[in-house]
Design a binder for this molecule. Structure first.
Ligand SMILES: O=C(O)c1ccccc1NCC(=O)[C@H](O)[C@H](O)COP(=O)(O)O
Length: 224
């Protein structure tokens, strides 16, 4: 099975093209003004069209956004997925899923085992979870902080949860992260950037190669 990869925080046509050439699978666009990765809806609409034409699934990443903002994004960008990266409640998540008829990925900030208890009320509502690290003290961003958490916590999940592993992943640690957590989907943003918001194609290539190599190692290991 190929590990699904979401490259998040894309903001240029060239980066979208590279993600597609690498068969990343998913492209994330950030709608959060304080983020160095923030894109205007017009830009996201153009980039998403380009991504779709290249077989990438598009993800609109939002944080506690109101209906008016979401209506505009959904109408113009036409994302394949909505990622809710704030404190959206289970009711709000269900409401948005029904309002837009889109699959929803709900993000959770994880530091300790108890943080995983939060997913219970979202089961059967969110189509996928995204487990990220808690932002460091003083950060203005709920995501994209380049911080990882203890991947061993995810090994306690029963296997029924569909989730992406996120937070501080790089080419150097993603193989170990996959092995320890048992994740089958990963998400990366700052780990493929040369500066905040600037995607580096060499780093994107190396990250995807590391994920694919980890899959090959796991498969050859299981045949022994
Ligand atoms: O990336 C951002 O700037 C961002 C801002 C506000 C909300 C969410 C954001 N990112 C969401 C993601 O899905 C990131 O890929 C995820 O947090 C991992 O980021 P990183 O640790 O930099 O790989």
């Amino acid at each position: 099975m190929t590990t699904e990869i979401k490259i998040c925080g894309l903001s240029t046509a060239e980066a979208v093209d590279r993600a597609a050439e690498l068969n990343a699978g998913m492209a994330g666009f950030i709608f959060f003004e304080k983020s160095p990765r923030h894109v205007a809806v017009d830009t996201a609409a153009k980039l998403a069209e380009r991504a779709r034409a290249r077989d990438l699934k598009t993800v609109a990443v939002t944080v506690n956004m109101d209906d008016a903002g979401l209506d505009e994004i959904v109408k113009r960008m036409k994302p394949d997925w909505l990622q809710l990266h704030g404190g959206e409640s289970p009711d709000r998540t269900a409401e948005l899923k029904a309002r837009y008829g889109l699959p929803v990925m709900k993000a959770f900030a994880i530091r300790e085992a108890a943080d995983l208890d939060c997913i219970g009320p979202y089961e059967g509502i969110a189509d996928r979870f995204l487990f990220d690290a808690k932002p460091p003290k003083g950060s203005d961003l709920p995501g994209g902080n380049g911080v990882s958490f203890d991947w061993r916590l995810l090994a306690t999940l029963d296997g029924a949860a569909s989730y992406m592993l996120s937070g501080g992943l790089t080419k150097d640690n993603v193989g170990e992260a996959l092995r320890i957590s048992g994740a089958t989907m990963v998400d990366v943003s700052s780990g493929v950037e040369s500066a905040p918001g600037v995607k580096d194609f060499g780093m994107m290539d190396a990250f995807v190669r590391a994920v694919r190599d980890a899959g090959l190692t796991a498969r050859s290991g299981s045949q022994e």
